[in-house]
Design a protein around this ligand. Sequence first.
Ligand code: RP5
Length: 367
Amino acid sequence: MHVVLVHLGILVYSSRGMQHFLLRRDWIGRIRLALTLFGIPYTVCTPGVRSALSCSSSHPFGTSQTVRPISTSYCNLYTTGVRTMPPSTVPHIKSRCPQYPGSKIKRFLVPDDKVGWSQSWPQYNPVSHNDPSVLKKPVWADPDISSFSPKFNTVDGAVDRTSFGGTYKMEKGKPLNPHGRTGVTGRGLLGRWGPNHAADPIVTRWKVDPKGAKISHPVSKRPVMQFVAIKRKDCGEWAVPGGMVDPGEQVSLTLQREFSEEALNSLAAPPSERSKINERITKLFKSLGFQVFKGYVDDPRNTDNAWMETVAVNFHDDSGNSVSELPLQAGDDAGQVQWVDVDSSFPLYANHSHFLELVAKERKAHW
Ligand code: RP5
């Protein structure tokens, strides 16, 4: 856990409405210098064994027209054509996967038309589940709801209990998932009652041929991007290397901490090397990034009373000689790490595909 308060930049708005973290303009030169100074062995992992703890089982109900399924596994693959997922317009899908991840718990199945709390459904009888890892009272988790007095919908001490979606409702003293029913009550695997805040760094580059020319997709004719993906140890799915925002932590710091831990394995490095990695990634992330997404995550761990929210920020190496040369090495929650082509057919954890789609559209890249 890192509780460090830093302020890395100023927020500006581009003419396209994208919120930019304008941190420094001279970052490329500094990164080149840093890359020259600190060399760490480069590792590209090969596909391995998929964990039995899967969070991608299929969903028995259909999906709404606003969601474009690209496989029969609704919980594993889908994209949306909208920038955000406001409550009531796009029903969450992975949050309703029949099997709750990391357990034998079966969710009470919720069809699309019964997701919204405004729909009366007297027969709704969700399963209560609090994972043993949460009940052990680790530092990252709240106590049981009956044994403390959290201040919901506000910043409660160091813990941010506000939602990007606005004020969430309470029922019988527990927060209600703003995206509706999930078939499970309690916290499941999540530490916080209500919103659990994360940050997702989307590090991208152009895919180039040996001569350095951009490679275009044969069908879309658009240039192909690549992003740094990790294979999650908990469920074996590929994902953006994101993580939880620690209490009191600035999102900008979470972005670089999680990237360092999961994609550069900074935690396994000796202290002297770790500080070099931190210095290097700090310089790297003080670049012009843009906020791709801020809001609810359709995470398979979500419950009726606990859910994931994130801020996803894109750091793009347009020239191909800064981020692209980072020495990738899987660490912490990541079993593998590698550059992956940005493509709608590549299945990703939660609604991370949606984030990549937004990046591809912003950069006029293949999707
Ligand atoms: C997702 O879970 C977020 O988008 C983020 O990528 C991730 C954070 O959870 P952990 O990786 O820390 O489990 O909902």
